[in-house]
Design a protein around this ligand. Sequence first.
Ligand code: MD6
Ligand code: FE
Length: 216
Amino acid sequence: MSTLDLFADEPPMGTEMIGPQSVVLRGHALPCVPSLLAALERVMVGAPLRHLVTPGGFTMSVAMTNCGTLGWTSDRRGYRYSGVDPLNGRPWPAMPAAFLQFARDAAAAAGFGGFVPDACLINQYLPGNRLSLHQDRDERDLDAPIVSVSLGMAAIFLFGGLARSDKPARVVLQHGDVLVWGGVDRLRHHGVLPLKDQPHPLLGGRRINLTFRKAG
Ligand code: MD6
Ligand code: FE
């Protein structure tokens, strides 16, 4: 069943369709925040946040790390998924059970049953950090959706079209919001505007975004 069939009538309360197969589940992660944060802390001990360099030679302002069998990484040679952390040559920390369960449930709630992510990219934004407009196209399986969880400070998410020149919509993503997209929306351009400094009661002056993917 697709999002289209699932919400053929009216989407449930707290559900916003921002594209034909793109859903914001408002506050969906809130009950799981303590377990997600506890698992996240353990992941970041094994694989610390770092600033990747783009193929063009720019250092990204957003700090990143990964867990799962594959992790997204970048250097002068290009963007790719790797089974090992380039910082130490060891496998990425395993995907915590709490992450896996959360991502499967969120995908199912958005109409994407049977989602089993093998990669979780973790992004940390500090005030002023931004993510320029991009497509997520390094995953082998573009039929699988992406589940994205926002924690901490609010961000303005830019949701563009299939063409880079399509004018993006602005979607505010708050602590606990979950964005799920796939299908016809899977290759839409997107980004994050420079983060405003509005400290969050639990996470302080940062925003953490988890994106779950089926990369392999
Ligand atoms: C972010 N998110 O929200 C960056 N990509 O911090 C992404 O780049 C993203 O949220 C694909 C699908 C959902 C996302
Ligand atoms: Fe992305």
